[in-house]
Design a protein. Structure first.
Length: 291
């Protein structure tokens, strides 16, 4: 038995040494990869990542094509082009057609969210795969694709957002347990990229999720989801010296279904003095789907 274990250990060492030797002898391939990803991503590149790419080659989530150094993503450029922007607008709650994403005259009476902007449709199978890979497979790099698409959608609509005053960008926060489990908050990453492109300030540490209820994706009916999202968020602006009075808030998340999570954030933000809260998500899901 000892001989067998020793042989397996030596075999493992030989494989690791062989991989390291290969990577070092092909180190010139690391340079194009570094420059392609840009300085924002370059600090994340490591020898370990390069070796893992050799052992576990990346394939496109859309077409299953083997991906090389031409992209750091898990989606090829051709498949990314198949994700089209949403054209119409619907009320965040009843989904009736509205102008510019405004909450309809009936739903605004009992809700807090003023508008909802949706970049694309969850009915696109690739969009569903991207979001599930981020949420459940912890593929952080896909947040770059999501952010780029959301920025592309927002470029034609930024003027309409800022017409009521200066905009501050706020991500929907995760509970600390959920954050520790996943390792990152995709909404916060996306927020940083959007704010950087448009030059808007971000506020990431004043809105807090104070409860860690059952995930919305595990709740099949609308009323239970709404109940589950009640009083989830609280503002701690007094600790940070933030004055929310009269602010227009662009509230960022990856997905919305009933709008209840965004609405509870809006409740807390308006309670602190915010004038307008505009939700902005990558995609909108149908009730009953796992997201």
């Amino acid at each position: 038995m000892r001989k067998l274990i020793s042989a397996q250990a030596n075999s493992g060492k030989f494989l690791l040494v062989s991989l390291m030797s290969y990577a070092l002898t092909h180190s010139n391939k690391l340079l194009p990869l570094y420059h392609l990803m840009g300085k924002d991503y370059a600090h994340m590149i490591s020898f370990k990542d390069y070796v893992l790419d050799i052992i576990f080659p990346r394939r496109c989530l859309g077409c299953n094509m083997l991906l090389g150094e031409e992209t750091s993503s898990y989606v090829c450029r051709a498949c990314l082009k198949t994700i089209s922007f949403a054209r119409g607008f619907a009320c965040a709650f009843c989904k009736s057609p509205v102008r510019a994403g405004k909450t309809c005259v009936y739903c605004i009476k009992i809700n807090h969210l003023d508008r909802l902007l949706v970049a694309t449709s969850y009915e696109n199978p690739l969009v569903e795969k991207i979001l599930k890979s981020i949420k459940y497979r912890f593929v952080r790099s896909l947040t770059d694709n999501v952010a780029d698409l959301m920025i592309g959608y927002l470029k034609k609509r930024a003027a309409a957002i800022t017409k009521n005053g200066a905009v501050s960008v706020v991500p929907v926060p995760l509970h600390r347990r959920r954050l520790n489990w996943r390792g990152f908050n995709q909404a916060e990453i996306i927020t940083g990229k959007i704010a950087g492109v448009f030059g808007w300030p971000t506020i990431t540490d004043a809105l807090k999720r104070v409860r860690n209820p059952k995930p919305q994706a595990d709740i099949p009916d609308r009323l239970s989801r709404i109940k589950n999202a009640e009083n989830l968020f609280r503002i701690y602006a007094h600790r940070k010296g933030i004055d929310w009075t009269g602010k227009t808030i662009l509230l960022i998340d990856d997905i919305s279904t009933t709008g209840s999570t965004l609405d509870d954030c809006a409740r807390a933000l308006k309670g602190a003095g915010a004038k307008e809260v505009i939700g902005f998500v990558f995609a909108r899901n149908k009730l009953g789907s796992k997201n």
